[in-house]
Design a protein around this ligand. Sequence first.
Ligand code: URA
Length: 228
Amino acid sequence: MSNEEQLSLFGGDPEPPTTSFNAIPTDASVPVPQGTYPDLDALANHCNQCQRCGLAATRTHAVVSRGNPAADLVVIGEGPGQHEDEKGLPFVGRSGELLEKIFASVNLSSEDDIYICNVVKCRPPKNRNPNPDEIEACKPYLLEQIRLVDPKIVLLTGAVAVKSVLNEKRGITKIRGQWFEWENRLCMPIFHPAYLLRNPSREKGKPKWLMWQDMQAVQAKLEELRSR
Ligand code: URA
């Protein structure tokens, strides 16, 4: 046995990964393994070339994220609408405006405290719900975002996000405000801001009031986790 072979029996540094994400075709329907992207820029770059589902044909921009990539809190929405598609940023229309106000009510801002993304990165035509194939095609990107941001808490806003992420049959009105575990972290379903725009009453027991309760619970949990 040569010296080198003998030395190799002692283990040593693991071999560097040989597959680069650039080697994964953007039309591949194969799963993208966790750990594929070295950082969020590489992931965004790949999303902008992605052809893994039919939504690529009609998008203006892939809508990957906005906010703080080192945030303790991630908010996952359903998918981009028209404004988001045009700007390439999530939640920049009326829903986004309301979301910012909701965060501000518990002293959180997307600039400092929150990373915002969606279940699907490309706009479904006419704002229809994304279909299961589209959600599956986009899921590796979402999982990589969660791995790279590494938040303490994930909020799922609206029924589509909840259904896509948690294998949960109960409706959003039943499970909003409850804590779940997903990807080894705390996760809470909350109402979608578009639903709150359609239900503007702030009366006790109404959706906006319930959202306020949920956000206070989220803020308290964040503080608890940060102080550990
Ligand atoms: N609704 C969503 O779910 N996501 C957006 O980015 C915008 C509106």
